[in-house]
Design a protein around this ligand. Structure first.
Ligand code: ATP
Ligand code: MG
Length: 526
């Protein structure tokens, strides 16, 4: 036994000596090449860069609960470690974090806009849901402005947030409701309150004009805009404690009081009726046509300023047609942005803490396609996000949706939405779609190949994972894209699952069909 151990020790010592020899010259043979691996401290000869001292690595002790988040791989491409962890770098395994607001604060990007683009089902909403979860955990308030599926309700409820379900017989949004801005106004006084009052007026008027444009399919005239504005002022004076509704605007215009006649630059009731004849029908349709029951009364469930997340579920109105969906989206955006502005106004007056918001606008283009001129409205709402401390995440399947906009002016403005987003995230996309993306966000050849490789499943195997599911390329300006893969954890599997409905509806095998299948199989075998 002792002999055996001594033999091993002498063999190890020999190996050590061989390894400590300096590298052999170019003529050295096989043995010389073997000795090229230096010992731990380097070659033991002058000028060979031997380390005089190698410090022992620091040792730490902690419980498994604490060290489970330890990530020992320190080398990598230098991916951003600021924001919510959204997955691992596909080449280096490094954790990649993403948060438009945190990236803006850290000076990594110049605006807090994120644009998420990818084929249906690749996991766009999943990535966004992960970001929302992280945002709520770090104190950012989340606003889902128009959930058309609904995709986000379960998560928002899980996070302790508020879900407003808009639809006939359900929650109603009054487009003229000052909402959170009205609540802020009641707490303020002096010139700031006066400025906010003007803001409320202009918001009411722009949303009402946008809705009228949608119903009519064409912009409203200057005279009609003046009359609508005066009608809103009149109602504001009359209804000191309640919020005006579209039905009130219609009623006051039909009455035609002196102030409105003066605004319409006409002295006679007949002249006034002539001026407002189209407008009256447009407003009437807003209350009685396809939109009836959704926008024609007081708001039933006001947005709660104190919850960590709010989602406005408009999936029920989507089923009733595109017009109604667009109207719901416009009202939801207006309501959501009013909430952010109210919070900012209260913070400026030191009446509430300063907060940051992350808003999600899914299926943006569906709303913009509704009528010419609506892009202008969305543009005016979203332009000042950075100043408001508000990040936005816009999601869409395809930039081809831009082409559905009727005028070149609208298309250029809509392209501006994408250009204004400092961060572009791409899921699997076909080559044709990528060509469009490259016009706005330049991509290198390998980046394009990577994104297209995620777009098509390579097998017909039932249940095989889509090659692009959970894979994204994060691009910011001219920097190289970060390819990241997201893995779901814990409750995320259930909370983010949007395939439930399809799985639940999988039909059971029908006996008749099974018999046919068996017969076919038998024929095939003969
Ligand atoms: N990384 C992942 N691992 C496992 N499942 C995932 C992953 N990413 C997404 N999924 C699942 O894939 C399904 C589709 O994802 P998701 O709804 O996010 O796709 P989408 O791109 O938003 O689709 P759509 O275009 O229809 O809105 C969901 O059930 C989700 O749970
Ligand atoms: Mg989705």
């Amino acid at each position: 036994m002792r002999l055996l151990r001594t033999a091993w020790i002498s063999r190890l010592a020999h190996l050590g000596r061989a390894a400590s020899r300096p590298p052999a010259g170019p003529g050295a043979g096989h043995a010389g090449r073997l000795a090229l691996v230096p010992p731990a401290w380097g070659w033991k000869v002058p000028g060979a860069g031997r380390a005089a001292h190698v410090a022992a690595a620091p040792e730490y002790q902690a419980t498994t609960t604490q060290v489970c988040g330890l990530f020992p791989f320190t080398a990598g491409s230098g991916t951003p470690a600021i924001g919510t962890p959204v997955g691992r770098h596909q080449l280096f395994g490094e954790v990649v974090c993403l948060d438009p607001l945190a990236w803006l604060r850290a000076g990594l990007v110049v605006n807090p806009g994120e644009f998420v683009l990818g084929q249906p089902g690749v996991g766009k909403s999943t990535l966004v849901k992960r970001q929302l979860t992280g945002a709520v955990a770090t104190g950012t308030r989340v606003l889902v402005l128009g959930d058309t599926k609904p995709d986000y309700s379960m998560l928002v409820e899980h996070l302790g947030g508020q879900v407003i379900r808009v639809g006939r017989g359900m929650d109603r949004i009054n487009p003229l409701d000052a909402g959170p801005l009205g609540a802020a106004l009641r707490q303020m006084s002096g010139p700031d309150a006066q400025a906010l009052r003007w803001e409320v007026r202009s918001r009411r008027l722009s949303l009402l004009m946008a809705l009228c444009t949608l119903i009519r399919g064409a912009p409203i005239t200057n005279a009609e805009e003046v009359i609508l504005g005066r009608a809103i002022d009149l109602l504001d004076e009359r209804l000191t404690s309640a919020q005006p509704a579209v039905t009130d605007v219609l009623a006051v215009i039909e009455q035609g009081p002196d102030t409105l006649r003066a605004a319409a630059r006409t002295d006679t009731p007949a002249g006034f009726r002539d001026r407002v004849s189209d407008l009256v029908f447009t407003l009437d349709l807003l209350c009685t046509g396809s939109l009836a029951g959704v926008f024609d009364g007081p708001t039933t469930k006001p947005i709660d300023l104190d919850v960590p997340a709010v989602s406005v579920d408009i999936s029920r109105v989507g089923a009733a047609g595109d017009h109604l969906l667009t109207a719901a989206m416009l009202s939801t955006w207006a309501h959501g942005y009013a909430m952010v502005d109210a919070a900012a106004a209260l913070a400026e007056q030191h009446l509430a803490p300063r907060r940051s918001y992350l808003a999600v606008m899914d299926e943006l283009w569906r709303a913009l396609r509704g009528a010419p001129g609506l892009v202008e409205y969305a543009d005016s709402l979203t332009r000042l996000n950075r100043a408001k401390g508000m990040g936005t995440i816009m999601i869409t399947h395809s930039l081809a949706d831009l082409d559905a906009l009727s005028s070149e002016e609208d298309r250029a403005k809509a392209r501006g939405f994408v250009e204004r987003c400092a961060i572009t995230v791409m899921g699997g996309l076909p080559p044709r779609e990528l060509a469009r993306v490259c016009e706005i966000t330049p991509l290198t050849g390998p980046e394009q190949e990577l994104v297209t490789s995620w777009s098509a499943p390579d097998s017909w195997q039932p249940g095989a994972k889509h090659p692009g599911r959970g894979k994204y390329l994060i691009k910011t300006g001219e920097r190289l894209g970060i390819p990241v893969e997201l893995s779901l954890v814990g409750a995320e599997y259930d909370l983010y699952d949007t395939d439930q409905a399809i799985r639940a509806a999988t039909p059971p095998a029908r006996p008749a069909l099974s018999a046919i299948a068996a017969e076919l199989e038998a024929t095939h075998e003969q």
